[in-house]
Design a protein around this ligand. Sequence first.
Ligand SMILES: [Zn+2]
Length: 313
Amino acid sequence: MSKIYCLDIGGSFIKLATGNGDDLQEVEAVATPPEYGAFIDRTADLLAAAGIGPRDRLGVSIAGSIDVDNGSVHAAQLPFLASVDFGSDLGAAIGVRLGTPLKSAIRIENDADCFALAEATFGAGRTFDNVFAIILGTGVGGSQVYRGELIRGFGGSAGEWGHGPFIQKQDPSTPGFVPQFACACGQKGCINTMGGARGLEAMHAAAGNPLRDSKAIIDGWAGGDTACTATVASYVSLLTDALAVTLNITGAEIVPVGGGLSSATALISAIDSGVRHKVLRPRPEPLVIRGQTGQNGGLWGIYAQILKDRAAA
Ligand SMILES: [Zn+2]
């Protein structure tokens, strides 16, 4: 049977794993080259050295949004992928090393989608039909898996609960004031501008406090610091407003959380208890919980997708 090779490509590292059944073994991680030619060569060399063959399948989880029309990838940390079709170029480079092309097309998926697939298949959502996974990283992402299938939606935009003008214009003297920060998507007041680590820091500074990183703000909150407590209260209140609406629309049964803030256990608990009382059908059980696939969510998610592809072939 063909083997499955999985890549997780981020701005700092390229990780390679090979899968077999319920087991996925990480083979190697290398630094991401900063230039496109070197990036393609390094990745193809890594796969050739790991023994990929023409009948094997290759999947890629990548930290960026994928343009399904031309194969370009838009990622802040991988700017050299914006005007190329890297899947085709990588396939050609592997073909040169093997002396024959790969039989199956390379499957490329966004890392937030992979995290949702990973959690729905192998992680915290594996016993549920309807999983809405969220990323609380530098910004905010999300993706829905229903009965094992990723919901893609128009232009692949389904699940993007972090975007859209959500935060209302307020008088700056309002207690708990949150500015309508500009978002990279072109809107103002997106949940993405306040829900990640950078957003938490920006909210804290906007309230007139000295600059502190997200960990210091969360630690301050846990230790009873008044300013940090006020910031985290505003953060949880706004984030759970948006998440409750999202869960009413999607009807999701469980919300695994990934990204850097998911390791802040008390914060995830506060989000869980906040949102459980705002959704249309309040839940007695935990709804928002830390994901189980963690740092390897991208690899496990693309692995889940390729297992599905192979079973359907
Ligand atoms: Zn936005």
